[in-house]
Design a protein around this ligand. Sequence first.
Ligand code: ADP
Length: 389
Amino acid sequence: MRVLVLNCGSSSVKFAVIDTKTQESISSGLVENIGVDGHVKAKGPEGKIDFNFDCPTHAEAVAEVQKFLGEQKLIDSIEAIGHRVVHGGKYIKSEKVTQEVIDYIRSITLFAPLHEPAHATGMECAMKFFPKLPQVAVFDTAFHQTMPRKAFLYGIPYKFYEQDAIRRYGFHGTSHRFVTGEACKILGKKPEETCLITAHLGNGSSCSAILNGKCADTTMGFTPLDGLIMGTRSGSIDPAILFFISKKYGYDIDRLDKMVNKESGLLGLSGLSNDMRTLSQAASEGNVGAQIAIETFCYKLAREIGGIAMALPRIDALVFTGGIGENSFLVRKTVMENLALLGYQIDDERNMKSGKESGHIISKDGTPTAMVVATNEELLIALDTEAMA
Ligand code: ADP
């Protein structure tokens, strides 16, 4: 089946046409700056486009995607649409899009204020421009709904869980789920008999403990700010730091929000960049800020891995994925050095080649298994859509 995968953000619409049989992307692109000065960049079998256009709302963006797919002669071959949704609230699996699903997504706007209204609007636009196609919503939180209560509760008054559903939800579920499936295939094990730690390391990062194929714990929480140090996000911090900074510097809620979401993480620590490639280069040239950022990122990741490992009886493999996990031999090496207590030992040659010539494995033979598995969230969205459409 050919599936149009849509990822509607607050000011952008990303799309890909995935063939579930060949598992390949036939066309992909991005409409950005919705509401300001629309810009579209896309490619397909018949060529590329890259231009500015008038795009006041998501409707014009989805119309532009439809027009491009028509020009690429793909439109008639598309049989369903799969939507990436950041927050699924109560949903424990992917859902066919109905007005009830759209209304529910809007109703949890407070959980992800930038994303949920955009997802709902994107679904309505897609229904308007592609009225005959079935649509499926795939949620970043759904895979984590198997976490037990002791893992998803925070140590705050219980009434906030009961009244406001404040709890750990976890994100990147599509990626954790995809690499869990791939890792099991590579290891030749059934998911229901496999225990993993999956580390999705990109601009946003999270790691999960997978117990017999299901999520038992994860580092992201009520929002994607929790857990690991990320590109510009702080990850978990002592909440009292916010009270201190607010009192001393007069930061209000919005200023604090900006600080922890946009000015922290690798960028804030290094004072240089949020990009691991830039930081790795700078660190190798002696830049102290870059060295501090990488060292702290890797140590905190190892510390979190040690923590969520308590959800498992054993670890069959530690799986690295995401832009950093798949590409940074420096991060993988440093993280594994920090995990020496668990017995991990990196094989430098395998690691330098990202496991490409060693069946994905980057650990030394005879030591606990660590591996690199490329994620493909769009493919999983397309496969879920095929299964449910
Ligand atoms: P997103 O979370 O936005 O999907 P990605 O998964 O693409 O992000 O990851 C982006 C991160 O991956 C950036 O920090 C980037 O520097 C890093 N990255 C990509 N390639 C490399 C590489 N060869 N070496 C080190 N880091 C890399």
